[in-house]
Structure formats: structure tokens, C-alpha cells
Ligand binder design. Structure first.
Ligand code: RTP
Ligand code: MG
Length: 145
């Protein structure tokens, strides 16, 4: 086991539907350390950059339009095996296949509108964290020593 940081987003559908509090409660209960958090909004160019790996996919335009359609919350989540644990808490990309109790099972409303994002590798986590936060904004410990 190793300490890791991953980039989590609460997507526009979940923010708009008022699920932010319940999602943050699940993050804290898991538990993860919230190393950084901000409410923000992606413009089209930022959403295209964020999901650049999907540029050739048929759903890319819809994904970019959706991700820039309203406010989101960006978080850096830290902890042992944080990357995989956050993906497990999110559940499968397709909410119909997501396990009971996962965030996508609870809050997604379609394949595209699936409430939350999580980095898929440590390398991508580094890149994605840098899109939203400077290094000084990421505090791995809740209690200063
Ligand atoms: P995410 O990047 O948002 O955390 O989701 P993921 O890793 O579970 O899934 P990924 O394959 O990276 O897909 C990114 C997002 O694109 C939307 N999507 N739409 N066929 C479709 O219409 C389709 N497939 C994927 C989803 O919102 C997915 O989360
Ligand atoms: Mg992904």
C-alpha cells in the first residue's frame, strides 16, 4: 500500500441536482483526505484539454459540452491506494453496471451524466491535478504537525 493522490470531480449534473454534500460526506467517510477543493467551471477549451484522451471518441463533443455546462467541484483526494479506492467508490462508468452503494449507482442519470470523475492512472492524476491546482494549494495532511 502506498499514499497516493487522485483528482476527483463532482460533475455538473450532480452539482445541479444538489448532491454535492452527500458526495463529500461519502469522501470523508471512505475515508479520504481532501487535500484541496474548489468550485469552478470549465470552459469548452478546458474541457477539451481535460478529456483530450477521448478526442477521437464519438461521445467527445457531448462530453465536452456537458462538462462545460455548469459549475463543478474539483478535489485532490489523498490516502492509501487513493486512486483505486476512489474509482471503486465512484462505481462503473455505466451506472447501470455500477455496484449498489457506489456514487454512480446513487447519483448518475445516464451513461454521460454520471456524477463524478476520477483519474485512471497515477500519471494522469498528476496531469489532472495540475490543471486545477498549484502545488501550494495541495495539503496532504488535515492536522499540521
Ligand atoms: P471519467 O473519466 O469521467 O472518470 O469516467 P471513466 O474513467 O469511468 O470513463 P471514461 O472511459 O474515461 O469516459 C469518460 C466519460 O465519458 C462519458 N462517456 N460517454 N458512450 C458514451 O456515450 C460515453 N462513454 C463514456 C462518461 O461521462 C464517462 O465518465
Ligand atoms: Mg476516465
Amino acid at each position: 500500500m502506498a499514499y497516493e493522490e487522485t483528482l476527483a470531480l463532482i460533475k455538473p449534473d450532480a452539482v445541479k441536482a444538489g448532491h454535492t454534500g452527500k458526495i463529500i460526506e461519502a469522501v470523508i467517510a471512505a475515508p479520504f483526505t481532501i487535500c484541496a477543493i474548489k468550485k469552478t467551471m470549465l470552459n469548452r477549451a478546458m474541457a477539451e484539454r481535460f478529456y483530450a484522451v477521448h478526442r477521437e471518441k464519438p461521445f467527445f463533443d457531448d462530453l465536452v459540452q456537458f462538462m462545460s455546462s455548469g459549475p463543478i467541484y474539483a478535489m485532490v483526494l489523498g490516502g492509501e491506494s487513493a486512486l483505486l479506492r476512489w474509482r471503486e467508490l465512484m462505481g462503473a462508468t455505466n451506472f447501470e453496471e455500477a455496484a449498489e452503494g457506489t456514487l454512480r449507482k446513487r447519483f448518475a442519470t445516464s451513461l454521460g451524466r454520471n456524477a463524478v470523475h476520477g483519474s485512471d492512472s497515477l500519471e494522469n492524476a498528476c496531469t489532472e491535478i495540475a490543471i486545477f491546482f498549484s502545488r501550494q494549494e495541495v495539503l496532504p495532511c488535515d492536522i499540521p504537525s
